[in-house]
Design a protein around this ligand. Sequence first.
Ligand SMILES: Cc1cc2nc3c(=O)[nH]c(=O)nc-3n(C[C@H](O)[C@H](O)[C@H](O)COP(=O)(O)O)c2cc1C
Length: 212
Amino acid sequence: MDRPVSEIRKEYSLQALNEREAETDPLRQFDLWFDEAVKSCAEPNAMSLATVDASGQPSVRVMLLKGYDQRGFLFYSDYRSSKAVELEANPRAALCFWWVELERQVRVSGRVERINSRESDAYFATRPRASQLGAWATDQSKPLPGREPLEQRLREVEARYAGKTVPRPPNWGGFRLAPDSIEFWQGRPQRLHDRLLYQRTEGGWRISRLSP
Ligand SMILES: Cc1cc2nc3c(=O)[nH]c(=O)nc-3n(C[C@H](O)[C@H](O)[C@H](O)COP(=O)(O)O)c2cc1C
């Protein structure tokens, strides 16, 4: 590093977000921003997923968003992974998107549920064959003594399913996070960013502006 980390900074100035133009429904607002992210960002559906274990320890990792609608935000994983175990003990979680090219962040929090097996089957069937086989080859989050046992397991599942359709592993499937709050953040000059927070209430979504 030839310059101190503390000197790295960027001024945000591309766009603004105001309550007059924002959608009243946060899923519609997300849809507008996601559309723009798809056009401008390298991995628009990459998001951080934060979970909290039974002892209160948070953990966060990057995941791929695989769908969204009024019911919530959809992602897929191994049902025996650390995140799945954490979600079992505590179904509350948060998502965070950072779309650097648009100087935008979206934060979502709510409750996570597993989706039904038909929906997971339907998505699994659309995945590239290599990813389908990969899902069978790994026990996500479990320790491995080296790379070779993983490669060996992949060779085994390749042989088992040679010439056949790869079924969904029973331990692999989707989760949906049903949002009860969504915050849209647009970077602005002088660190005076725009933040609009949508909170679910009995009567619909309440919108408030937060200090940057
Ligand atoms: C760009 C990117 C996308 C990822 N997408 C997923 C995903 O959709 N599902 C998944 O289970 N893991 C995904 N991962 C791997 C996770 O970050 C994580 O390593 C893995 O799920 C194990 O997490 P856990 O041990 O906390 O359960 C992705 C990682 C990166 C960097």
